[in-house]
Design a protein. Sequence first.
Length: 303
Amino acid sequence: MFLERFIQYIKYEKRYSAHTVTAYQADLDQFMLFLNNPEGEDPAPVPEITHPSQISYSHIRNWMVRLIDQKMLARSVNRKMATLRKYFKFLLQEGVIETNPASRIQSQKIPKSLPVVVEGDRLTQMLDNDEIFSTDFEGRRDKLIIEMLFGTGMRLAELLGVKEQDVNLPEGVVKVLGKRNKERIIPINTELKNLLKEYIDLKKNQNYDNNSFTLIVTNKGTKAYPAMIYLIVQKYLSNISTQSKRSPHVLRHTFATTLLNKGADLNSIKELLGHANLSATQIYTHNSVERLKSIYKLAHPKA
């Protein structure tokens, strides 16, 4: 009952994205399963926890230890702990509990890692290569996916949510719905405008019976899905990169890093990416510094 109230709260009052709501639900379900069967016995014993007020810091700490013992990544453990903090904070505000048992939980240290990017010049050369992408509907769509991710820096979920009506070709902008349902407007370059027009015309000419108003669709005209975008991105990035990580988010990282290297200021990049605060954007400065170091070592006689 309490969990359902919390899910309704973050879904309708906080307006969290469907992806975030699903993640919170999964984390809480997993925690409740642990509470009712902390030793993982089969069959499970009779549940002892019947009310949130019975949950203590020790219960949460024990679950955290279990996750760490299962070799879960620190980032994933921290996300689950953040879910619990949010849940118990809600219960505290509702008067269901008197203290937040998750408030004392410390986050795990996460090793710092630089965003993975591909070389912008090589990516541009690939996109300009007429032999890479076919001129039929599928080829134009695949190219559009790469161009949209690299040319706008939008997230995968944002790309999947773009509708044809969100594209304003005369103005040269596209509207996206970001995290927490926040809308933002992203400019698009001339080549992307031309490609969008070509693709939309080809899409209409397919005469799909189930034609979706969603911009990116499958070969059958249905709404595109995450696994499809992943496969397309991996397929084409394999032409220019041997690194193991070739995901849509790599193109978002490449977009931001390229802008920074070309002189764009952090605040502008922050707005384009839809970050809530500047600290999330500052990670790209590390890539820029590393690039300067490599250039210095190659160019300076004393390096």
